[in-house]
Design a protein around this ligand. Structure first.
Ligand SMILES: CC(C)(COP(=O)(O)OP(=O)(O)OC[C@H]1O[C@@H](n2cnc3c(N)ncnc32)[C@H](O)[C@@H]1OP(=O)(O)O)[C@@H](O)C(=O)NCCC(=O)NCCSC(=O)CCC(=O)O
Ligand SMILES: O=C(O)C1=N[C@H](C(=O)O)CCC1
Ligand SMILES: [Mg+2]
Length: 331
């Protein structure tokens, strides 16, 4: 796993061997790729099943014990090798999508560095359980089978994406609640995601950050920025939003604040203030602009004037204090 996040050239592809969970009807529930890699000339796209010898060679001697049918869950685990010929091309199937999500979480590709077009149609909805992925219509059968063996089936989520840490556990990060980070999140070294924080797929941090709020799909947060408790960064997957928001370096999004425009570097949003693209913002000279006109500007403080109620953007002076180094340097 590299830590430099080679900005993926969109011409490159990827190759990985992995273990896939497949239902008796042939639906792919997941594929885990322990060591994916980028490749400039990977060959033709697609996924092939591996022979036991190939699986041992590419995944290690323990692969043999990890494959085979699991009647309790109604699935079979198979060893596969997946090739993506070009990351700019759209994903072909669920194996391909899983490899792309792994590339992001392994920090081999930054958010927006590959196509994720159509992924919701390619991914199965899965019950993510303590016994592994289970088809949603087989949960009760799996629960009984696990109980019959003296166990207890925990279902942590029912979703198209598993939590990242069950597939990729990047070094140099802290995550208070693993359920809050989906596979496909990109967490740079020095990032801490506290329990209230959330990081979606194709989104995340590019440097040291404190994340106590929500980083929506497509959003990237620059080095040195702090996303305060319960803060919201608007996404574009639902609700009509069109602008993919980014947060620059050394920004502070205050607790319970929200932002629907991009922030440049060294910006602060007051705790509790939600700045949407259409918010009318008063500037120091008294003029009023829509917040979208300030999108990406550096060094601004957004606040709601507590005597007039007007949202104001002020040129920032001084520092908000920055991140507490002690919370990040030992990640
Ligand atoms: C907006 C700021 C940045 C302002 O702070 P500053 O330190 O820059 O300024 P200040 O010293 O408070 O104020 C400077 C001057 O501006 C005035 N002033 C300040 N805010 C004002 C407002 N809203 N309207 C009108 N005037 C205002 C002050 O009275 C003062 O005036 P004079 O000059 O006349 O004296 C702050 O209030 C804020 O919201 N910070 C965010 C902190 C945060 O949320 N961190 C994330 C923690 S996350 C967390 O804690 C987790 C908890 C959780 O889960 O919720
Ligand atoms: O990184 C941590 O750990 C943090 N802890 C604080 C707490 O426990 O309240 C909040 C900020 C980050
Ligand atoms: Mg939990």
């Amino acid at each position: 796993m590299t830590d430099t996040t080679a900005a993926a050239t969109t011409t490159s592809g990827a190759i990985a061997a992995g273990l896939a969970t497949i239902t008796t009807e042939g639906a792919v529930l997941d594929t885990w790729y322990p060591a994916p890699r980028l490749d400039e000339a990977p060959g033709s796209a697609g996924t092939e099943r591996l022979s036991p010898e190939q699986a041992a060679e590419l995944l290690g001697e323990h692969a043999a014990g990890a494959v085979g049918p699991d009647p309790a869950r109604g699935v079979e685990v198979v060893a596969v090798r997946t090739v993506i010929s070009g990351l700019a091309e759209n994903p072909l199937d669920a194996h391909d999508v899983y490899l792309r999500l792994h590339l992001l979480s392994h920090r081999l590709v930054r958010p927006h560095g590959l196509s994720l077009e159509g992924i919701f149609g390619l991914l199965a909805n899965v019950a993510w359980t303590s016994a592994g992925p289970v088809p949603v219509d087989r949960v009760e059968q799996a629960r009984l089978a696990v109980r019959a063996a003296g166990g207890h089936l925990a279902v942590t989520s029912v979703d198209k994406f598993p939590r990242m840490t069950d597939y990729v556990t990047p070094p140099g990060v802290r995550i208070g609640d693993a359920d809050r980070v989906r596979l496909g999140a990109h967490l740079a070294t020095g990032t801490t995601v506290m329990h209230e924080g959330f990081v979606n797929f194709n989104a995340g941090t590019l440097g040291v950050s404190m994340v106590e709020g929500r980083i929506s799909a497509g959003v990237v947060v620059g080095d040195g920025s702090d996303i305060g408790g319960g803060a919201s960064i608007m996404g574009t997957l639902s609700g009509g939003g069109k602008e993919v928001v980014s947060i620059g370096e050394r920004c502070l999004l205050g607790a319970q604040a929200g932002i629907g425009i991009s922030l440049g570097d060294d910006c602060v949003v007051e705790a509790g203030l939600y700045v949407t693209a259409g918010t009318r913002v008063t500037l120091p000279d008294g003029s009023v602009v829509k917040a979208r006109e300030l999108s990406g500007a550096h060094n601004l403080l957004f606040r709601r004037n507590s005597t007039t109620g007007a949202v104001e953007a002020l040129q920032r002076t001084g520092a908000w204090g920055g991140l507490n180094a002690a919370l990040h340097q030992h990640n």
